[in-house]
Design a protein around this ligand. Sequence first.
Ligand SMILES: Nc1ncnc2c1ncn2[C@@H]1O[C@H](COP(=O)(O)OP(=O)(O)OP(=O)(O)O)[C@@H](O)[C@H]1O
Ligand SMILES: [Mg+2]
Length: 256
Amino acid sequence: MNPSHVIIVLSHHHYKLLATNYKLFTMINFQNVTKIYDKVNKEAIGIEDVTFQIEAGEFVSLVGKSGAGKSTILKLLIGEEKPTRGRILVGEYEVNKLKNNELPHLRRQIGVVFQDFKLLPSKTAYENIAFALEAAGRPQSEIEEFVPQVLDMVGLSHKKYNFPHELSGGEKQRVAIARAMIHNPAVIVADEPTGNLDDINTEEIIKLLMRINELGTTVIFASHNKDVINKVNKRVISLVDGRLVRDEAQGKYIIM
Ligand SMILES: Nc1ncnc2c1ncn2[C@@H]1O[C@H](COP(=O)(O)OP(=O)(O)OP(=O)(O)O)[C@@H](O)[C@H]1O
Ligand SMILES: [Mg+2]
């Protein structure tokens, strides 16, 4: 990373850095969480009795085969789904108790990145990011200050007027990551963010997420890509059929 990036990012993120680097606290806490999607159909178990804690500033990979429960955990984390049983704490929020009108507050603390980018096709890269601030009612002055900063952070200042169809897959995902960072979130949740990318772009996106993590943001990264997980070499939580079967500080992807 070139040093000017660090300075620009720091000016936007300084308070989060202070909060996460110097004072360890539990950012995410799942306590005996079960999600059954359909109570009639007992097959529809998302996750079963899952317990883990993630400290502020950690980078955690969530691994497991298709249907293992990775997306379920991420959806529960952002309040998109409600747990059937158990407690979910994210920062100061007890997510399982939040009312729908309280969810936007939580969501501003969590940046979300998806496999399919979810950019608005009729908006430029700049506008896609600005829209996230507009929707939160932030003033124009803030938009003009912060959007260029996050575009610079992901190395896409030169593509700010491009529409999604004028960007490569890797570039689209970098815009999505910039958008996820715009509220200076405590946590970034990435659900299979490299699933649509080739090897080179996959590596770029993982490097970017790791850099964001080094600057103080907690990152949770769900993937079933063995090579990617093994390269990351950080904490790995492994799921099989909705159950947490392994949680290792410098884990490998070893579920067959
Ligand atoms: N809305 C839903 N209704 C019913 N069952 C669901 C629903 N969403 C997920 N499930 C079930 O919950 C289980 C876990 O699904 P989840 O999407 O969390 O898996 P995943 O690990 O993210 O898989 P993938 O790698 O394919 O994305 C699966 O058995 C799935 O069929
Ligand atoms: Mg999934």
